[in-house]
Each structure stands twice: as C-alpha cells, then as structure tokens.
Design a binder for this molecule. Structure first.
Ligand code: 5GP
Length: 311
C-alpha cells in the first residue's frame, strides 16, 4: 500500500453517499422515538419493566435492546437518579450498558430486583396481584371485564377454556379456548387447570394455570372473570387472591338484565335465574363488593384493588 493510501485509510473512512446518510439519520430518529415510547409505556404502567427486559434479551437491536439500562431504570415510577445509581452498583451493572447487552447473571439479578420491588410496593399499598371477579349471572361481569380490557391494558386477562360452543363473534383464544370434552378431560388430568366448574349445569369452564402463573412471575396483575364455584377454588389454591363480588343495583334490575340479554332460550333463562339466586346469597364470602350501577365506575373500582404501577 502506498504511503498516501495508508494515510487516507487510517484517517478518513469513505463518506457515505448523501442518500445513505439521510436514511441513516432517519433510522436513528425512528429508533430514538421508539425508545422514548417504550420509556413512556413503562412510566405509565402500560408495560411492565419485566416485559421490556425480556424483549431486550430477545431483540438486542430493537428499541428495548438498545435502551440504556440507566434510562430503563429511570422510567420506572419512584426510581430517581440516586436510587438508580445505587441499584446499578448493587447489581454490579455498568451504567453504560444497554438492556440487550446485559449478561445472563446481570439480567437475572435485575429481574429479581424488579420482582422484589413489585412485591413490596403492592404489599405496602394493600393491593392484590390476583383479582377474581365473580357475581351472579347477567350482573354484567362481561361488560365490566371488557371495559377493563379496553382501558387498562396493563391488566393481564386469563382466557378460560370451555366446552360450550362459540357464540357469534367469539374468537377462539381471545374470548375462550373452545375445546371438546376429551380435551377438557385431558387438561384436568394433566393438572393444567387452576380451577374448573360446570356452570349453569351445562358446560365446563376452567382457568389454565400456566399463563396465570407466568404473568404473576413477570410481576403483572391478573384478572380472572369466573363463576362462584371457581372463585372458591382459587381462594383455596391461592389465598393471596382478592375476591370481588360484582352485585346488581337490585334484584329487579338483575332479572331485567337476564331477560334483556335475549341470547338464551326461556329454559336457559330460568336455569340462569336459579343460579343467580344461589350466587347472590354468597356475597359474604367475598373480600369486597362492587355494585355495577355504571360499567366504567365499577371497572375503576375493580382496577383500584389491583397492584398496578400507575393506578
Ligand atoms: P358465558 O357462557 O356467558 O361466557 O359464561 C358463563 C359463566 O361462566 C360466567 O358466569 C363466567 O363468569 C363463567 N366462567 C367463565 N370462565 C370461567 C372459568 O374459567 N372458570 C369458571 N369457574 N367459570 C367461568
């Protein structure tokens, strides 16, 4: 190599063509924006820090992976600069690290720190990470949980398995896992259900254990919308759960809602009315009653009981 070429190689890299530079700076701006959005989601409680940590490990070059660990910690509510520095020192993580560049042990220590923090903060606020919403038939559990699903995305919803056939518009894996009797039998046999029950003397419904446990392990709060028999089983299996009884404003209103739904035959309505009477009498077994006079208000009261970062 001539001296002149060697000197050029050492001092100056070839300048990218103008278009490349424009594209590169546009990509950098987009990446910065994506990281800022992620931080805002952690700060608002829309995303748990644990899920961002996991995403960073899966996609080291994505917005979570390229997020500085200092920015990551600072976006968590109630962590300021002092706490952030002390935490990094304790966990032996260099402040120049990015989330996707953490070693396995560093990631584990950070996860453990986040888990402990979530546990302590929920305990100190007297809130629960597992809330069971039950109540009489047609009281509006479905509407309240749909409202929570739409407005509080940080709540993890358990999707139940059922042997009943889908209603029009219901999607397998979203509203329920629609399974046949043989599959439901298998799930019971293999211990896959946290609880299950025959509802309205007809179909079987059950809560898959795995997703609930995983969400709790990730530090998320979980809502189960199930019937009374199921709520009792959850109480036995997980005594830390908070049981919420959704009550109608009055018995007349409950009957009106039951008949008004119009999706069931009159035999079916009668059967549901009978179940509702028995269920109403069980209110005293619950930790808390929420009266469903207005869906948004009832939803807010339920969410208020949950340990969520921003509520
Ligand atoms: P539907 O057939 O109208 O969707 O639901 C009927 C009833 O089944 C509702 O009261 C609902 O709370 C209850 N249910 C839904 N999923 C479960 C579940 O996983 N376990 C139990 N025990 N009940 C459930």
């Amino acid at each position: 190599m001539s001296e002149a070429r060697a000197a050029q190689t050492a001092t100056s890299r070839p300048t990218p063509p103008e278009v490349d530079r424009v594209a590169a700076s546009r990509a950098a701006v987009a990446a910065r924006r994506a990281r800022a959005a992620l931080k805002a989601q952690i700060a608002s409680g829309e995303r748990t820090p644990e899920s961002v940590l996991d995403q960073g490990a899966r996609e080291p070059d994505g917005p979570a992976g390229t997020l500085r660990v200092t920015d990551f910690l600072l976006s968590i509510p109630a962590i300021g600069v002092t706490k952030m520095n002390a935490t990094l020192e304790k966990l032996q993580i260099s402040p120049v690290k990015r989330v996707g560049g953490l070693g396995r042990h560093q990631r584990e220590r950070l996860r453990e720190f986040l888990r402990e923090r979530a546990k302590l903060s929920s305990r100190s606020r007297g809130k629960s990470r597992l809330v069971v919403l039950a109540g009489p038939t047609a009281v509006g559990k479905g509407s309240v949980s749909a409202y929570i699903r739409e407005h509080y995305p940080e709540v993890h919803f358990s999707v139940s398995a059922t042997t009943r056939k889908p209603r029009p518009g219901e999607i397998d894996g979203v509203h329920y896992y629609f399974v046949d009797d043989a599959e439901f039998d298998r799930m019971i046999r293999d211990g896959e259900l946290l609880e299950w029950a025959v509802v309205h003397n007809q179909s079987r419904y059950g809560t898959p254990r795995g997703p609930v446990q995983r969400a709790l392990d990730e530090g998320r709060s979980v809502l189960l919308e199930i019937d009374l028999q199921g709520a009792r089983q959850v109480r036995r299996a997980m005594p830390e759960a908070t049981l919420v009884f959704l009550a109608p404003p009055s018995w007349d209103e409950l009957v009106r809602r039951l008949i008004g739904r119009g999706t069931e035959t009159s035999d079916e309505q009668q059967r549901r009315l009978e179940t509702a009477k028995v269920e109403l009498a069980a209110e005293h077994e619950f930790d808390k009653t929420v009266v469903n006079a207005s869906v948004p208000e009832a939803a807010r009261e339920v969410v208020e009981l949950m340990a969520l970062p921003s509520h």
